[in-house]
Design a protein around this ligand. Structure first.
Ligand code: TXA
Ligand code: MG
Length: 326
């Protein structure tokens, strides 16, 4: 499908397309999403088909405002607190479903929870408001592959499945939203992301828990079902914490590159972790085009946003199921 620059007309066309059951890829501040109207079972099903996504992996619903997002599930005090500090923004909250939820059961993948988020990106919120309904949107990449941080990535991976691709330029954050389970008035970190545990503690006083069963072997549904061991996988093998460059390898540095190594790319020459996050998926796409054998990553510090980057990288590097990308 053609990539369409943003205009009032393009947004109106995209809203109409969604209302008619179509799939529209659109920018958010994290990554591009592949959108469908959340209550439209058939359109939601076509997202699973387009991405070849395991059916047990539920989808995030996106809203134009916090009141509607919190009303889509059973709101807890902790959810309201997090929403008031970090929405609109790159934070997804898991709530208990209730019977009047406007979200397709398929989007919950059979569970009794819903995932809700109010994105910061203006185009995303305008599009949602124009349709008048929440929009489910997984990252717009084939399941298990690298997330798209620009419109060209979407076209490469899922072009034929999209009815429209709205081009809002590169995504600012480049990492998918932080996911927090707020059911039972707790705060459990299911996926690290752009809003860090430190930021949450600083601004709300909340200390996040991490689920004991996180990081399983990729076969069973986990607390956050999307957290498969092998995920974000490029075609080439991925080697982490590399301080040398091997033959037929693309080396991606972070900050100062080790002596004797010529880096092919650098996540951030100045060692800025935010810049590194924003570049991560685009560089993985680039490196994968060049790599004959493997992609090596220099060590990334394990703090702040570095936790989310290392989380994505360890999944990209995880052994694949008999060479098959999950
Ligand atoms: O930044 C983002 O979150 C992007 C943009 C487009 O908003 N979306 C995104 O969606 O990353 P996706 O589908 O690629 O990842 C959603 C994650 C998965 O790990 C999924 O398992 C988890 O959220 N998730 C969704 N619904 C859930 C639920 N009801 N309970 C637990 N985890 C859920
Ligand atoms: Mg994804």
């Amino acid at each position: 499908m053609p990539i369409i620059p943003i205009s009032d007309q393009a947004l109106q066309d995209a809203a109409t397309c969604l209302q008619q059951g179509g799939l529209v890829a659109f920018p958010t501040e994290t990554v591009y999403g592949l959108g469908a109207i959340a209550r439209d079972d058939k359109a939601v099903a076509s997202i699973f088909a387009a991405k070849n996504r395991p059916q047990f992996n539920p989808l995030i619903s996106h809203f134009a405002d916090a009141d509607n997002a919190l009303a889509a599930g059973r709101k807890t005090d902790i959810a309201s607190l997090l929403a008031s500090h970090f929405w609109p923004g790159p934070l997804t909250l898991i709530l208990e479903r209730h019977k009047d939820s406007p979200i397709s059961l398929l989007a919950s993948a059979g569970s009794d929870s819903v995932a809700v988020r109010v994105p910061y990106h203006e185009i995303a919120r305008r599009l949602i408001a124009l349709t008048g309904w929440p929009i489910v949107a997984p990252s717009a990449n084939p399941s298990g592959r690298i997330s798209p941080s620009n419109a060209a990535h979407v076209e490469e991976g899922l072009g034929s499945a999209c009815d429209m691709i709205l081009d809002g330029g590169p995504c600012r954050s480049g990492l998918e939203s932080t996911v927090i389970d707020c059911r039972n008035n707790k705060a459990i970190l299911l996926r690290p992301g752009p809003i860090t545990a430190e930021q949450i503690k600083e601004q709300t006083g909340l200390i996040l828990a991490t689920p004991e069963n996180k990081g399983g072997d990729g076969t069973a549904p986990l607390a956050s079902p999307g957290q498969l061991a092998s995920h974000y996988a490029p075609l080439a093998r991925v080697r982490l914490n590399a301080t040398t460059k091997q033959q037929d390898e693309v080396f991606i540095g972070f900050g100062t590159v080790p002596d004797g190594v010529t880096a092919d790319f650098n996540l951030s020459e100045s060692g800025d972790i935010q810049e590194a996050a924003a570049h991560l998926f685009a560089l993985l796409h680039e490196a994968d085009k060049r790599a004959l054998n493997s992609i090596a990553f220099a060590p990334i510090p394990m703090s702040g946003l570095g936790l989310a980057i290392n989380d994505r990288l360890s999944r990209a590097a995880a052994p694949r199921d008999s060479g098959k990308v999950l």
